[in-house]
Design a protein. Sequence first.
Lengths: 106, 338
Amino acid sequence: MAKITYIDQQGNSKTIEVQNGLSVMEGAIQNDIPGIDADCGGSMACATCHVYVEEKWLDKLPKAEDGEIDMIDMAFEPKKNSRLSCQIIVSEELDGLLVTTPEKQS
Amino acid sequence: MIKTDVIIIGAGPVGLFAVHQLGIKGLKAVVVDNLDKVGGQCIELYPDKPIYDIPAVPECTGEELTKKLMEQIKPFKTEFFLNERVDEVKQDKDNWFVKTSNNKNFIAPNIMIAGGVGSFEPRKLSLKEAEKYEGKSLFYSVKNKEKFKNKNITIFGGGDSALDWALELSKFSKINLVHRRDEFRGAPHTLSEIKKKEKEGKIAIKTPCQLESIEGDENIKSVSIKFDDGKKEKITTDIILSFFGLIMKLGPIAEWGLNMDKKTIEVDSEKFETNKKGIFAVGDICTYPGKLKLILSGFHEVALASVECFKRARPNEKYRFEFTTASKTIQKRLGKND
């Protein structure tokens, strides 16, 4: 289990406990966190689960693979700390992870 | 007005297999899809990615699956209406009347919605001013190259479409290629061609940077971009081409009076019928207790939904359950024992 915090562009934040092995996207969908659409269901094919990862966590996450970076090109307003939340798998090490959802996903 | 037994909305794997399940029951179907080709997400999102959970097919790509399905439904000589979105659905006694974005009209006792997550549409620029130039000097696809001759064109994006059009249009226009990072995603040959054109001064590559604003009055005059290091640049521009891929939009489906749960349509798990008699939803777009968004679930759903379609399309005939291995009628429909 890890506590993951999701913050939207208005600053509303929600912290939930996500089971190890689930993705940050799945954690959001199962808990009705708004701001993450995940249209393709986690196959790294749509960029609608795009999040901004708090800078200090960036290096602690496994590097994004090429396919993910290519998809982020298609995301709404990508930044240096952009990731697809379907590709961030929750583990104890991610306890306290903070992600911000973009203004919109598409 | 085209009369048929079932109007299938969506040409993804589930929509295609619906043609088969209806066809072996002797029902005629038409298929409408907003994309310019069949295959849906399999073709648009992951043509090269292997799928491992199609029964008896240990591994195949989205493209291979689509090809095989097309082969499987060939005997039914189904008509496809591509590049068309279903905009309107209206009841006409026991029938449903459907109108597409291309003004085609259909009438049938059944509609089968196999729409996935909705229709694919280009991802648009988020700038407010972008909208007023859309279709005039800002485009998300190239339909007629002639329009793009002898212009200053700024292309946004780093994928295949952006690169291919940069190359093609650089033959007769000045191209600026803007991308948010230094790496482009394209075939090695395309990338080396782009480099060549850059040396020749036909293509100016601007990376890593993003669009800040569009300036102009009736037409676009320039775009301002901002580099990652904070530097800004104004580029003289007549035409913007933006290639940020496709997004899926539920679109008009939400307005047909169907019971919805978020972006999915509620159905029963016996006939996969919606709250409207004769409108069915199958595949990723439908929801019921325990629903799994798998292609194989969609195949099961169309098999059952097609039985109810038969009852509605042939009210005076009795439905007979038959196996393809034993039924001469089915084999004849498949063109096997002529």
